[in-house]
Write a protein that binds this ligand. Structure first.
Ligand SMILES: C[S@@+](CC[C@H](N)C(=O)[O-])C[C@H]1O[C@@H](n2cnc3c(N)ncnc32)[C@H](O)[C@@H]1O
Length: 271
């Protein structure tokens, strides 16, 4: 038991609403809670907790606010030129290239990888297999359908204009964007929880972006350990542009491109 009102609120969310608040860092949780407090006119954590206890609709709204599902096609465009170079190198070196988009949200990141594989002349797309995973089943359902609706906050035409002519890979009908079958064929999807599930193995490239910024340091380290184990020696890792590798894990990776946050898994790190 705790006397701190913020901790009490988090205990309620963790125990009654089954959301693992302990995995996330406090500043992230505070931002999400504060935004719901403003919307409900609550002046203190204690007041907001009583609103939460009484109102199932508010419980749902808070859970929605806490799920971090922001994504996009070719997010941070400059990074994608670096990813294209890595894919080209890998497809030159290997007849079969395994790519893992971990925490892929609704699939726009793995489909960006698939479109790149089809678009860049130096990449043989038949050699590339992309696995997209996420903890969220609803996000994975959208990913499997490969259909996206334009919204006020997502200008997909602008995002996709990273490619010279995206109409080869996406069928657009007004505000609906459908990923073409051959691009969909390059990617598959399954559920994977980077905190509780086992590592995978033998990946040539893992892209895991814009999740660590929300995660408590302890869990961030264990997630990166899972990823390091899932990479073959010399395999590449891309993290988000605002993210860093914790000092205790630096020996597992060498820097490939510091600005773009691209690393290589060291063969002699003992992992
Ligand atoms: C902000 S999105 C990032 C999506 C994409 N990588 C990007 O950069 O656009 C973070 C994703 O991490 C997922 N996530 C949260 N906790 C996770 C966990 N423990 N294991 C796997 N995915 C997780 C969320 O469901 C969400 O889809």
């Amino acid at each position: 038991m705790t006397d701190d009102p913020f901790d009490e609120l988090l205990s309620f969310v963790e125990n009654e609403l089954q959301f693992a608040t302990s995995h996330y860092n406090d500043s992230y949780l505070d931002r999400r809670v504060s935004s719901r407090m403003r919307r409900t006119g609550s002046d203190s954590y204690a007041e907001y907790l009583s609103v939460l206890q009484d109102e199932p609709d508010e419980q749902e709204a808070l859970l929605e606010a806490m799920s971090i599902n922001v994504t996009g096609f070719f997010r941070n465009p400059d990074v994608w030129s670096g990813i294209a170079d890595v894919l080209e190198t890998l497809s030159d070196e290997k007849s079969s290239v395994d790519v893992w988009s971990a925490a892929c949200a609704d699939g726009r990141e793995p489909y960006s990888l698939a479109m790149l594989a089809h678009d860049v002349d130096g990449i043989d797309e038949s050699r590339i297999d992309i696995l997209g995973t996420d903890i969220s089943e609803p996000a994975l359902e959208t990913a499997r359908e490969g259909v996206y609706e334009e919204s006020r906050t997502a200008d997909m035409d602008d995002q996709l204009s990273f490619l010279d002519d995206y109409s080869r890979y996406v069928d657009r009908d007004d505000r609906t964007y459908r990923i073409a079958d051959d691009v969909q064929g390059t990617a598959s999807f399954e559920r994977h929880d980077l905190i509780n599930d086992d590592p995978k193995s033998g990946f040539d490239l893992v892209v895991c972006r814009n999740l660590f910024i929300y995660i408590d340091n302890e869990y961030k380290r264990s997630m990166l350990e899972v990823i390091a184990e899932s990479l073959r020696p010399g395999g590449y890792l891309v993290i988000g542009k605002a993210e860093t590798i914790p000092p205790t894990l630096k020996s597992a990776f060498s820097v490939y491109d510091a600005r773009l946050r691209i690393y290589q898994h060291d063969s002699d790190s003992g992992r």
